[in-house]
Design a protein around this ligand. Structure first.
Ligand SMILES: *Cc1c(COP(=O)(O)O)cnc(C)c1O
Length: 426
């Protein structure tokens, strides 16, 4: 490990603050470091390995495609691309797909679609996109500009213009920003991931949808992290019951291979003409074949499983008992109604208060959940790794992004260790 760290420091651009860990192999939700130490994986490479490590069906889909052809360029028709695009459209009601290689690139396409739609119809001046404070949309110069966190807006300017930021769930400010700017679109994550695993209020999202419809703005939903089953629905917008104009996704889409996609709805179906956008690797056959395998396996049964596991995590880490709609009905093993009522004063949908020592609350949706520990999130993660469990951080939260099919026993074992660590560090 010391040698690896020295070589990393010498030869790799120092852009990452790494944890003291080198994972070398695994199976499903168990991973191993170079000394053979075993870990329960609650992070899946930041929501990428949708079905864990080296999943058999996924692996076979990749191998089958490797045996055919690994790359053709987008000058020619592609069977795996067409198969995947059809699958995505049929499952979401969206009309067209542009394939990219990452989340940031999927968002670049989404931004281009919104601007071109508006430019074609209303002229070039109507080009501002409203995003949310505390959002995260990527690391390119433009997606950094779209990201509503000041820390990202240092040192790399000038940034792409035309972005303004609205606090999440503040519809009055949203309307005001739309009146004051020449807006063509509104872009947001339905569950802010990097920003702290916070689900947006349904009412706010519905209001934004209505506003976009009324003013002919493009509603762009960034599902890079929430997408591909993680929310408990194939895409979180389906859970919210809205019809966005553009949806971007990436991370878990190809189950561990690089792939991004920009799904385009009816309104902008014909916006992007020939030569308006492109990518050498975009829709690579191996990634596309892998994604076909992943998306076709995320069926109703799989999604019901994600919701069941979600409930398990929230109950385990909050100490609450939930009904089928995730509404708390009591404190596990405690009949004290007054104590429960007191606790529920801080409850709102998407944020569950916790009675577990060292844990303040649990938040999020599906298998994209965060806990607010008493201790510093990073210290919790370091101690968890020492104890054979790998969670992530997101601002002050500890973030959990386990595989969609993590066995319940492993999940519970990992959560017990996490809860114990939170209690010990509090
Ligand atoms: C990770 C993430 C991105 C960026 O994706 P990359 O593949 O790293 O470019 C964009 N938006 C959201 C919501 C993300 O979680």
């Amino acid at each position: 490990m010391d040698n690896l760290k020295a070589l990393d420091k010498e030869f790799i651009a120092n852009t990452y603050g790494r944890f003291d860990l080198a994972l070398v192999k695994g199976k499903g939700s168990l991973v191993y470091d170079e000394n053979g130490k075993e870990y329960i994986d609650l992070s899946t490479g930041i929501a990428v390995n949708a079905f864990g490590i080296a999943d058999d069906e996924w692996k076979q889909a990749v191998i089958d495609q490797l045996d055919c052809i690994q790359h053709t360029s987008n000058l020619y028709y592609s069977i795996p691309q067409v198969k995947l695009a059809k699958l995505l459209c049929e499952r979401t009601g969206m009309k067209k797909v542009f394939f990219a290689n990452s989340g940031a690139e999927a968002n670049e396409c989404a931004i281009k679609v919104a601007r071109k739609y508006s430019s074609d119809k209303y002229g070039d001046d109507r080009n501002v996109i409203v995003t949310l404070v505390n959002s995260f949309h990527g690391r390119t110069i433009t997606t950094l500009a779209a990201t509503g966190q000041d820390v990202f807006h240092k040192s790399f300017g000038p940034f792409t213009g035309g972005f303004v930021y609205c606090p999440a769930n503040d519809f009055e400010t949203m309307k005001k920003l739309c009146e004051e700017n020449n807006v063509c679109g509104i872009m947001m994550e339905l569950v802010q991931g990097e920003g702290g695993v916070i689900a947006l209020d349904k009412e706010f999202v519905k209001n934004v949808e209505a506003l976009c419809k009324e003013k002919d703005y493009c509603m762009i939903i960034d599902e890079v992290q929430t997408g591909n089953g993680r929310s408990g629905n194939l895409y979180a917008f389906l859970e919210y019951g809205i019809k966005p104009d553009v949806v971007s996704t990436a991370k878990g889409l190809a189950g561990g291979l690089p792939m991004g996609a920009c799904l385009i709805g009816e309104k902008c179906e014909n916006t992007m003409g020939t030569s308006s956008h492109g990518s050498t690797f975009g829709g690579n056959p191996i990634s596309a074949a892998a994604a076909c395998s992943i998306i076709s396996r995320i069926d109703d049964e799989m999604l019901a499983g994600v919701k069941k596991k979600s409930k398990l995590v929230i109950e385990k880490l909050s100490g609450l008992v939930l009904d089928d709609n995730f509404v708390p009905t009591g404190i596990a093993g405690n009949d004290d109604k007054a104590a429960f009522d007191e606790l529920m004063k801080s409850y709102k949908p998407g944020i569950w208060p916790s009675v577990k020592p060292g844990i303040k609350c649990v938040s999020g949706m599906g298998l994209m959940l965060g806990i607010l520990p008493d201790a510093a999130a990073k210290d919790v993660v370091i101690k968890c790794i020492e104890n054979g469990v790998i969670p992530l951080t997101a601002h002050e939260k500890v973030r959990l992004l386990p595989a969609l099919n993590i066995p319940d026993e492993l999940l519970v074992k990992g959560l017990d260790i996490l809860a114990k660590v939170c209690g010990e560090l509090a």
